[in-house]
Design a binder for this molecule. Structure first.
Ligand code: S3P
Length: 447
C-alpha cells in the first residue's frame, strides 16, 4: 500500500468563471473501486486493477483488505495488484478504519462476516454517526454476531458460521444488498435478496466476472438476486470505468456557465447510475452521448455538454436510487433553471455522509436561492442563468459532495461562493481541483 499524497484543505472560494471548456477523463468509479479491492481480496489468485480511484475512501478499503491478509501492491497511478486470500480472511490485529466511507465499511462487514473472521470496524466522526443496523440486522439473521455502539460504529464482529436468508431490504440500498451478497458467499445454503426498488448492480456484475454463480431476475421496477454458498471467487482483471457521480460536478458546471463546452470521456453508462443525466436532459440540458468501451462489464459513454438554460421539473421519486449521490449538485442546476424544481422521495439523503437534504437547502439559501425543505423533499425556485446571487458560505459537515456543490454554485453566480473546508473532497474526487482549473475555473484558498 502507499499513502495518499497531500491535498488541499481548509476554506476555499470559487470565483464566477468565464466559459468552462476542455476535455476531461472521468475519474474512476468509487463504487467499482471499493468492490475491486474487496472482491480481489476474497478471490483466489491475482487481480490486476487499472483506473482505480485513488481516493481516501477507496484507499481505506485497500488498507482493510491488506489487514485481512490480502497482498495489495501499487504498481503505477490507478494500477494495483491484489493477491487474494481465497476467502480465508485473517483476523486483523487492529481495528479496520474506514474513515468517511459508508460503502467500504458496510460491504466489508458482509465480506468479513462471510469469511468467518472476527474484526473491529471504526470510522471518522461522520461515519460513526451513520446507521449500521441496516447491515448488521440482516447479517445477524444469517448468524453473524455484531456488537455495535447503539447501532453505529465502533462495531465488533465475532466470527462464526452463517446460513443463507431471504431478505427484502426496507430501504433502497445497494450497500445493504451488497453486504448480504458478500456474506452469502461464505454462508451455507441459498440467499435471496428481493429489491422492491432497483439499486446499482455492480456487486452482482463483478461477482459474475469473478466466476460466482449468481442469478438476477429484474423487471423495470424490482429485482431478485439469488446466490448459493459457499462459493470461491476466481481473480479476474478489473478495468474501472469513469464515475458518473463525480462527472456530475463538471456536467452541471458546464451547463450553468455561459459559453461552456465540455467533453467528458469514459463515464459509466448504467441505468442504475444515470438518473442525473436523464433529469438534466428533461430540464433542457444540451448533453449528447457517444458510446465508449465496455469496462468491468459496464457500458461507458463519452459526453458532450454545452451551456444550456434549464427549466425546472418534478423529478420522479422512483428515480432517486439512480441518482442518490447527485441531489446536492442537481440543486445547483435547479438554482440556475427557470421555474420550480421539485425533488420528492429523498428520505435517504438524511443518512448520507451528512444530512444532505438540510445541507443542500442551506447551500442554496446561503447563495440567495429560495428553497423549501420538506421532510423528504426539496423544492427549489430557480433564479435563471445570470440570476444567482452567490456570495454564500457552505458548511460542508465532513461531506465531500456538499463541498464540491458549494464551489460549483459560485462558478455561474454574481459573486464568489465559498466552503468552510475542502479536505473531504479527497474522499471521492482527489483530481477535482486539477480538473476544474484545467477547464478555466478559479478555485482559491481563503487564508
Ligand atoms: C453505494 C451505494 C449508495 C451510494 C454510495 C455508494 C455503493 O449508498 O450513496 O455512495 O457503492 O453501493 P446506499 O446503497 O446506502 O444508498
Amino acid at each position: 500500500m502507499t499513502p495518499n499524497s497531500s491535498r488541499p484543505s481548509g476554506a476555499m472560494r470559487a470565483k464566477p468563471a468565464p466559459a468552462l471548456t476542455g476535455t476531461l477523463k472521468a475519474p474512476g468509479d468509487k463504487s467499482i473501486s471499493h468492490r475491486a479491492f474487496i472482491l480481489g481480496a476474497l478471490a483466489d489468485g491475482v487481480t490486476e486493477v487499472t483506473g482505480l480511484l485513488e481516493s481516501d475512501d477507496v484507499i481505506n478499503s485497500g488498507r482493510a483488505a491488506s489487514a485481512l491478509g490480502a497482498g495489495i501492491e501499487h504498481l503505477a497511478p490507478g494500477r494495483w495488484r491484489i493477491t487474494g486470500t481465497g476467502g480465508r480472511f485473517a483476523t486483523p490485529e487492529a481495528a479496520l478504519d474506514f474513515g468517511n466511507a459508508g460503502t467500504g465499511v458496510r460491504l466489508m462487514m458482509g465480506a468479513v462476516a462471510g469469511s468467518g473472521a472476527s474484526a473491529d470496524f471504526i470510522g471518522d466522526a461522520s461515519l460513526s454517526s451513520r446507521p449500521m443496523r441496516r447491515v448488521t440486522d440482516p447479517l445477524g439473521e444469517m448468524g453473524a454476531v455484531f456488537t455495535t455502539t447503539d447501532g453505529r460504529l465502533p462495531a465488533h464482529l465475532e466470527g462464526g458460521p452463517l446460513t443463507g436468508i431471504h431478505y427484502t431490504p426496507p430501504i433502497a440500498s445497494a450497500q445493504v444488498k451488497s453486504a448480504i451478497l458478500l456474506a452469502a458467499l461464505g454462508a451455507q445454503g441459498t440467499t435471496v435478496v428481493h429489491e422492491p426498488q432497483i439499486t446499482r448492480d455492480h456487486t452482482e456484475t463483478m461477482l459474475k466476472a469473478f466466476g460466482v454463480a449468481i442469478e438476477v431476475e429484474r423487471d423495470s421496477a424490482a429485482a431478485t438476486v439469488r446466490l448459493t454458498g459457499p462459493q470461491t471467487l476466481t481473480a479476474c482483471p478489473v478495468d474501472v470505468p469513469g464515475d458518473p457521480s463525480s462527472a456530475a460536478f463538471a456536467i452541471v458546471a458546464a451547463l450553468i456557465v455561459p459559453g461552456s463546452d465540455l467533453t467528458l470521456e469514459g463515464v459509466m453508462d448504467n441505468p442504475a447510475r444515470t438518473g442525473l443525466i436523464e433529469t438534466l436532459r428533461e430540464m433542457g440540458a444540451d448533453i449528447s452521448l457517444t458510446p465508449g468501451p465496455v469496462m468491468a462489464g459496464e457500458k461507458t459513454m463519452h459526453l458532450h455538454v454545452r451551456h444550456s438554460q434549464l427549466t425546472g421539473i418534478t423529478v420522479p421519486a422512483e428515480r432517486a436510487a439512480s441518482m442518490i449521490d447527485e441531489y446536492p449538485v442537481l440543486c445547483v442546476a435547479a438554482a440556475y433553471a427557470t421555474g420550480i424544481t421539485h425533488m420528492p422521495g429523498l428520505e435517504e439523503l438524511r443518512a448520507k455522509e451528512s444530512d444532505r437534504l438540510a445541507g443542500s437547502a442551506a447551500l442554496l439559501r446561503a447563495n440567495g436561492v429560495p428553497v423549501k425543505e420538506g421532510e423528504d423533499s426539496l423544492t427549489v425556485t430557480g433564479r435563471g442563468v445570470g440570476g444567482v446571487p452567490g456570495g454564500g458560505k457552505t458548511l460542508t459537515h465532513h461531506d465531500h459532495r456538499l463541498a464540491m456543490s458549494g464551489l460549483v454554485i459560485g462558478l455561474g453566480a454574481n459573486a464568489a461562493s465559498s466552503v468552510d473546508d475542502v479536505a473531504m473532497i479527497a474522499t471521492s474526487y482527489p483530481d477535482f481541483f486539477a480538473h476544474f482549473t484545467s477547464l478555466g475555473a478559479t478555485l482559491e484558498a481563503i487564508t
